[in-house]
Design a protein around this ligand. Sequence first.
Ligand SMILES: [Fe+2]
Ligand SMILES: [Fe+2]
Length: 158
Amino acid sequence: MTQQPNSGRPTCRTTPEIDASRQIEAQHLALRERIAEIRSTLAKQFDDPNLIISQLSSLSHELKAHFHAEEEGGFFSQIKKRAPQLSTDTAHLEEEHHEFLGQIRDLITLAETHEGSEPWWQRLKEEFHEYSKALMHHESLENQLLQRSYNEDIGSHD
Ligand SMILES: [Fe+2]
Ligand SMILES: [Fe+2]
């Protein structure tokens, strides 16, 4: 099996598979940037809460689209097809999508009950910090799973 220089990925993957995986990887990067923006807004503690409400709402929309792309766009099904033994892991990640969508709704509700007090900002910061940490962990597990499924698929053809 040949490898593309520096890519660590096999050249035998089909174009639709590469497109779907690249789309998901690009969305993971975009989500990281969105989270960094929100952390920066929270750190500045603006008097006007509209910015943080709109940024959290944008993140919620992006997550819905991202989770839908993973569930329906072939990302999870490709992993299961290449490495059926990873099905339990993908099922767990799919379950987490529902939890993340519920939690971002709660964060938006908290932002909308804007008090502007120091304890209110601290609570929003802490809850978003925990949320974004869990979300980034989820995305990093997906990246690892994708890589494992390539490796195990390659191994099965040796
Ligand atoms: Fe996901
Ligand atoms: Fe993801």
